[in-house]
Design a protein around this ligand. Structure first.
Ligand SMILES: Nc1ncnc2c1ncn2[C@@H]1O[C@H](COP(=O)(O)OP(=O)(O)OP(=O)(O)O)[C@@H](O)[C@H]1O
Ligand SMILES: Nc1ncnc2c1ncn2[C@@H]1O[C@H](COP(=O)(O)OP(=O)(O)OP(=O)(O)O)[C@@H](O)[C@H]1O
Length: 506
């Protein structure tokens, strides 16, 4: 069965307002994408990029889920009726994965398209190899790491060989080698099929060599820029405009502008005021189950007041498992993890033994998946919960903290929204903000900056620097080298079952 013919896109005055929102997510959009074109879609967090991709894939929802204006077609067919022509990799791979086993997940889309049976399994093997996922076909999808899920979701779409490939931040959870592999996988697939590509990503540099056009959505509608990457990104005026709108412009850093990136804090972190150890790991082994061999062993590290530690390493190496163990949410499977005074005062020295009320007041955890954290139906309630119920602050202090976070993280207009309806970047900011609001002694963050535009990234980094200055110990699992450069005093690389210290503060 040959690949689907490349699809063209046309928008005329197109807009969409999500039900329950006053403002249109996208409005007055005029855009033509020719069959076979490769487009990088940029724009600030919340500018409507995912909304447009969902519309093109025909999955925005029925009329009661929003209000539509204008015209949006794929190959001349209204987008909702053109569903089979597009393959969309969702921003959150967890919500994409439908099947229990890796092989079935990749085969699923092909089966739906009625690809002949003898063609399906060669396609499955090729797609898995292309995205660098070397796993048995019967591996349960629920037991994959975040980055492995992201690669799997992409493999499922590439195997279908659709005429319009839509990718929503497909590298957000990937290690640097993964980013490279995924870009090459997409390139190989497009070279073979000739399909049209629309890819959303905040970091321009990931895709600038592969795409032939950059389209920048302005917040609230209209285009900020449109053209070949070398032209759009070379024009000084356009670069300034894009940077001001939150686009990660190559050669321009959100904290230092044209200057090279540098640490945001003094090299000695919290300096003499802080530095006491709060949590110490000695020969620690971590894993998802005590019955299985440890994922990472022999870990020696200390989390100290006012110090930031980054944990990097390939997808599936065990970074999240380590973070969840340090956060007291998984039991150690070997070695020792000891909470020291003042963290341990009045409680056991093992965080995993703490009651949940003891845990939340001591260690704040930001999960890799923001949704796993949300407890309430409103952004405002979500932010107020910690300071009011956990830290038991006065109403005046709750207001001051919550209003400050809403403003600094550009969530003010979303205070009344349901957290589950936010854009990917907005969800991430809210999940970090809820933990910042309680100023815990230790903050464990799993990929705190993914999905952020340059402006919200800088604000998040500054907020975390403020918390460090107050003596909070920070541990961040991250693939974001800019984050590590700006904040981290110590870096550990987790790989091959070990955690090695690779960098120390001067
Ligand atoms: N299901 C929904 N219901 C209500 N509002 C929504 C829904 N999905 C998105 N929105 C809102 O629409 C706006 C655009 O969201 P969208 O996800 O398209 O932005 P984005 O540009 O992809 O952002 P990001 O870079 O943060 O992923 C945001 O303000 C978001 O809160
Ligand atoms: N819920 C789970 N149940 C069983 N095994 C799991 C579960 N989550 C992850 N694993 C497995 O444990 C190992 C470590 O996963 P972990 O999520 O800690 O990796 P990671 O380094 O954080 O990866 P990524 O960068 O992709 O997020 C992987 O082999 C993964 O397949």
């Amino acid at each position: 069965m040959p690949p689907a013919a490349p699809a063209g896109v046309r928008a005329r005055g197109w807009g969409w307002r999500h039900a329950g929102r006053k403002a249109f997510a996208v409005s007055g959009l005029d855009l033509d994408i020719a069959p076979g074109e490769r487009v990088l879609l940029l724009g600030a967090s919340g500018a409507g990029k995912s909304t447009l991709l969902h519309a093109l894939a025909g999955v925005l929802g029925a009329a009661e889920e929003g209000e539509e204006h204008g015209e949006l077609t794929v190959d001349g067919v209204p987008a909702p009726s053109a569903r089979g022509r597009a393959g969309l990799v969702l921003q959150d791979p967890e919500s994409q994965i439908a099947m229990a086993r890796v092989g079935d997940e990749v085969a699923f889309g092909c089966e739906n398209l009625a690809v002949p049976r003898d063609e399906i399994w060669p396609r499955v093997h090729r797609a898995l190899a292309d995205v660098g996922l070397d796993l048995p076909l019967d591996r349960p999808t629920a037991a994959l790491s975040g980055g492995q899920k992201q690669r799997l979701a992409l493999a499922g779409i590439l195997a279908m060989e659709p005429g319009l490939v839509l990718l929503d931040e497909p590298t957000a959870n990937l290690d640097p080698e993964g980013v490279e592999e995924v870009r090459e996988a997409v390139q190989r697939s497009l070279d073979r099929t000739g399909a049209t590509l629309v890819v959303v990503e905040h970091r321009v540099s990931v895709w600038s060599g592969l795409v032939d056009r950059v389209v920048v959505l302005g917040a609230g509608g209209g285009l900020l820029a449109d053209g070949p990457p070398e032209r759009v990104l070379a024009d000084a005026g356009v670069r300034r405009r894009l940077a001001a709108a939150g686009v990660w412009v190559p050669g321009w850093h959100p904290l230092t502008g044209e200057e090279p990136a540098k640490p945001l804090r003094p090299a000695n972190g919290g300096g003499e005021l802080h530095g006491g150890s709060l949590l110490r790991a000695e020969g620690l082994a971590v894993g998802r189950s005590p019955k299985l061999p440890p994922v990472v062993g022999g870990i020696d590290l200390a989390l100290r007041e006012g110090h930031a530690t980054s944990v990097t390493g390939p997808n599936g190496a065990g970074k999240s498992t380590l973070a969840l163990t340090l956060a007291g949410l998984l039991p150690a499977v070997g070695g020792r993890l000891t909470a020291l005074p003042p963290l341990a005062l009045g409680a056991s020295s093992s965080p995993h033994r703490w009651r949940s009320s003891e845990l939340v007041s001591r260690i704040g955890t930001v999960f890799q998946e923001p949704e796993h954290q949300f407890l309430t139906p409103r952004v405002l309630d979500e932010l107020e919960f910690g300071p009011r119920r956990v830290a038991k602050l006065s109403e005046k202090d709750v207001r001051r903290i919550v209003d400050g976070l809403l403003e600094r993280l550009r969530l003010e207009r979303l205070a009344g929204a349901n957290p589950f309806t936010l854009s990917g970047g907005e969800k991430r900011r809210l999940s970090v903000a809820t933990m910042l609001a309680t100023s815990p002694r230790i903050l464990v963050l799993d990929e705190p900056t993914f999905g952020q535009d340059a402006l919200t990234w800088a604000e998040l980094v500054r907020l975390l620097a403020d918390l460090l200055a107050q003596g909070t110990a920070l541990l961040a699992v991250t693939h974001d080298e800019d984050f590590t450069t700006a904040l981290s005093d110590t870096v550990y690389r987790v790989d091959g079952g070990r955690a090695a210290r690779v960098e120390a503060a001067a």
